[in-house]
Design a protein around this ligand. Sequence first.
Ligand SMILES: CC(C)(COP(=O)(O)OP(=O)(O)OC[C@H]1O[C@@H](n2cnc3c(N)ncnc32)[C@H](O)[C@@H]1OP(=O)(O)O)[C@@H](O)C(=O)NCCC(=O)NCCS
Length: 183
Amino acid sequence: MIPADVVFMPETPAHDSEIDHINEEAFGPGRFARAAYKIREGGPHERQLSFVALRRGEVVASVRLTRIAAGEGRALLLGPLAVRPAHKNLGIGRKLVAVAVEAAKKAGAGAVLLVGDEPYYGPLGFRRIPRGQISMPRPVDLDRILVHELVEGSAAALRGEVRHADMARLPAPQPAVREPQPA
Ligand SMILES: CC(C)(COP(=O)(O)OP(=O)(O)OC[C@H]1O[C@@H](n2cnc3c(N)ncnc32)[C@H](O)[C@@H]1OP(=O)(O)O)[C@@H](O)C(=O)NCCC(=O)NCCS
């Protein structure tokens, strides 16, 4: 059961350094090589859809959501999710996922995507996305790409490589203009 002194709230810039520390502790330097990290490098996360758990004023857990695009589809990428070791197995991780998904729903998102363990996220409403439907900018175990559909059809609309939504707005590279050649 979640202890009564744990408070959940949207993150603010004041939480950033503690969140960085929590992610470093949970994932180590290897986190920079992960597919989800590469996507998140493409732009900012959604501060108002990202949450922390505070216990006696200390940030003990964090979850972030980031806007993504895959083909015509749009969704939110959940992660990183991390709970400080001393506060694990109290239900804080599950609660943070539920809070983030609820916020995504209220914001009108069609789906929440993540790379994670099905045994943990399955009971929270996530299911595997069919193999081959989407890809990631770095190698990833396809069975760990999970989606929580909030609006019918939104998961099926995700096709091809997942990118930060800001990247999808960039104009496609134009072919080089060729100088007219003498006949
Ligand atoms: C995974 C993590 C977020 C879970 O947070 P938490 O607050 O401890 O989890 P909860 O208290 O909500 O849930 C605990 C339950 O989930 C289970 N669980 C934890 N990690 C799991 C995993 N990877 N796969 C399956 N079950 C898992 C626990 O065994 C426990 O089961 P029980 O309720 O039957 O005893 C936390 O362990 C963590 O920060 N891990 C390191 C970073 C990480 O792996 N993040 C997830 C990336 S996908």
